[in-house]
Write a protein that binds this ligand. Sequence first.
Ligand code: BT5
Length: 324
Amino acid sequence: MSTNGTRNIVVGVSSRAGMQETRERILDLLAIGPQSGPALAETLDISRAAVWKHIEALREEGFSITSSDTGYEITAVPEFGAAAIEFGLNLPYTIQYQQSVESTNATARKLAREGKRDIVVVADEQTGGRGRLDREWNSPSGGIWCSLLFEPDVPVAHAPVFTLAAAVATARAVRSVGVEATIKWPNDVLVGDNKLAGILSEMEGEADRLSWLVIGIGLNANIDATALPDHATSIAEQVGNCNRGTLTRTLLQEFHALRTDTETILPAWRELSATLGTAVRVETKTRTVRGTAVDIRYPGQLVVETDAGTEVISTGDCEHLRPQ
Ligand code: BT5
């Protein structure tokens, strides 16, 4: 852990990167089951003393590791942090965790401009979290504030489908801990009428190809509802505190599965949608559309039946209207 609390950042010392890699490999091996010190030393081609040092370092990071005749065994994983998220995760992303950051999207944008890709920036707290149209995003300690940086091989116009995928992944992940979440177009995750998570995507690229995409997900996890704005809710309020490491891992796994099979995104979104079939008012930059939301079209347009005919809307703020 460096002084600013950041893990997995290459700080120009190659041995540090190597050390981190070894530690991740040890975690991967221990995720399968108990491993003896000599077996780890042999697999990793390091000394037994080095194995012991890595085990000690992992214990300092919050892992409970017992050592017995069967070898080292992980009995508890830290609740949150890069190691907690990465434990048993087999995806092509590096997790970069910071306890407090201005905005994970801002960090990811900076990394993108430095040419980095396939990184997930995660924080426990944001001091300057942002929503769409530069709105404030309340991000106290206890949340899952994360931004995925990657380079999908699609034209810029297709990017919204990944934002829908993030909403689906978030809704599925929170359902795995018992929270009955739905999605409001385009990508708010709700419980009833209250907002549990929001998503902010930012990108750069030429018309025919994205050069990078950052998908920021703000999920109110272990946060007291009194610390949140009106009409917001948290996992803690719904079902009690969750293990954020496990939940983030589930979210990333769900997202990656959708990202690599984009045909599945819209059907999954439809299934979780609270918007389809509902009377809506959608404010776009230039007009207000009222009607019934009837479908979603690739890459993320809402189809609304109005008195004047069918409207297809690409971006806007959507409000669900109650039947009179
Ligand atoms: C969003 O904007 O819903 C996108 C939020 C994205 C946040 C993530 S956190 C990780 C990454 N880093 C960032 O800096 N951002 C992303 P929007 O649809 O514009 O909704 C914003 C509105 O939601 C605000 O105007 C408030 O009314 C409300 N709000 C603010 N904080 C909230 C919270 N924690 N939970 C629920 N609602 C909130």
